[in-house]
Design a protein around this ligand. Structure first.
Ligand SMILES: C[S@@+](CC[C@H](N)C(=O)[O-])C[C@H]1O[C@@H](n2cnc3c(N)ncnc32)[C@H](O)[C@@H]1O
Length: 406
């Protein structure tokens, strides 16, 4: 095989770099857990997330990350749920915080993040704390990846999402919300998210710090997000208003309640030596909403995807690949791996993908299809056959001719 496991995961979804940037900035607050984790992660391949920025922008970013980090910790302590799902956990040490509270912690993120963070976290936990901590590689757009990870969990769950919703395209955002809704219907509990207004939080912090307007921070944030976001196809959490986001969640079947930051957060640890500034920023946060969502009953029948499967065959100079189920961040590395192995053994000038049983393609899947297409000397010989309406709609922008040939 010509690509190793890490390389596969990186090719399929590069956005996880953003989370390392968050940890590195947060470690500047001096918090011992954050510093410990930061010292252990591999920083070699950091790119967009750590692009140099004006010092006040960086400081604003650190303070707002500190606020969100500590809000997560407050919510974990306050919730009456015994199980907390950190979606996505990135590289932050929330697992230690939850374990010290003696609550079950489920850290969910892409497999490449989980491989690294679970090893780092275990260095800083006692054996007793380890019993509370469970890390799982998932794709939030893939319901079964999260449901399987929660096997054996009893009672209500509290899902906390900080820094996820704005990165997806519309399709994937809807899938994630449907999946969380389904988990909450099964387990009960609630979903907290600071993604309702996380760019506003940064902008307000920056304005309070610099005495200037919010636009500079919003522009810096937007350019950073565009470098790492999944696609140009932006969603309501990156571009919409607070009201539009709320309506979107309600349309997904959630009941949305909100509270203001100062109601739950009384101190910002990184500003504890500057009380005047801290109070100024906290009072400016009076306009920022954090959401708590609960799932309302829905009547429509659940759409069940077939399990992922792939079948390869080569005849003459044509590679035929039959795909079934969901091609997403979890399954796309399997396609890439088998494709790479096939390419080493055989030579072919044409690729035919039979998409008749393919129910869903995410950007992770799209990337692998593009890799396969780009490998061909004549890319017009890449063909996607029999795709259903949804898959065809999603792929037609990138593969207009390949899809037509189907
Ligand atoms: C901005 S970071 C936030 C992480 C963490 N909550 C924090 O505050 O540092 C975004 C995270 O989303 C994860 N992510 C992206 N797509 C995902 C998906 N489809 N399923 C699960 N996690 C995903 C990335 O790997 C990354 O760790």
């Amino acid at each position: 095989m010509s690509v190793n496991h890490d390389e596969l995961l990186r090719k399929v979804n590069p956005i996880y770099f953003s989370a390392k940037g968050c940890l590195i900035l947060l470690a500047e607050t001096g918090d011992a857990d954050l510093v410990n984790f930061c010292n252990e992660i591999d920083k070699e391949q950091l790119t967009a997330a750590t692009t140099a920025q004006a010092p006040q922008i960086t400081r604003g970013r650190i303070i707002s990350l500190d606020v969100r980090y500590n809000m997560w910790n407050v919510l974990a302590e306050e919730t009456d749920c015994q199980t907390i799902v950190d979606l996505p956990c990135g590289y932050l040490p929330h697992s230690l915080v939850a374990a010290r509270l003696k609550k079950n912690y489920y850290g969910f993120d892409l497999p490449i993040v989980i491989d690294e963070i679970s090893a780092v976290a275990s260095k800083f936990m006692t054996d007793r704390e380890k019993n509370f901590v469970h890390y799982h590689g998932v794709d939030a757009t893939n319901y079964f990846s999260m449901r399987n990870a929660l096997r054996g969990v009893e009672g209500k769950i509290c899902i906390i999402t900080d820094g996820l919703l704005g990165y997806f395209n519309r399709n994937d955002l809807k899938a994630v919300c449907e999946n969380v809704h389904r988990l909450l219907r099964e387990f009960g509990g609630c979903w907290y998210t600071s993604d309702s207004q996380f760019t506003d939080l940064m902008a307000i912090t920056y304005a309070a710090l610099s005495g200037g307007g919010r636009e500079e921070m919003l522009a810096a944030n937007d350019s950073g997000r565009k470098q790492i976001a999944d696609s140009e196809d932006e969603n309501i959490f990156s571009t919409g208003t607070l009201e539009e986001r709320r309506r979107f969640m309600e349309a997904c079947g959630f009941s949305v309640k909100s509270f203001r930051y100062p109601e739950k957060l009384r101190v910002i640890p990184s500003l504890k030596d500057e009380p005047a500034l801290m109070n100024k920023i906290l009072s400016a946060y009076g306009e920022i909403e954090e959401w708590v969502l609960t799932a309302e009953e829905i009547n429509s029948a659940e759409k069940i995807d077939l399990p992922f499967a792939q079948k390869f065959s080569v005849s003459d100079d044509v590679l035929s690949v039959q795909l079934r189920g969901r091609l997403d961040t979890i399954t796309a590395p399997k396609l890439l791996q088998e494709y790479e192995a096939c390419r080493e053994k055989f030579s072919f000038a044409e690729i035919k993908i039979d998409a008749a049983e393919l129910s869903y393609v995410s950007y992770g899947g799209l990337r692998v299809l593009k890799i396969m297409c780009d490998d061909l000397e004549d890319s017009s010989r890449f063909k996607i056959l029999n795709a259903g309406k949804e898959v065809r709609k999603f792929l037609s922008a990138d593969f207009p001719d390949a899809i037509k040939k189907g």
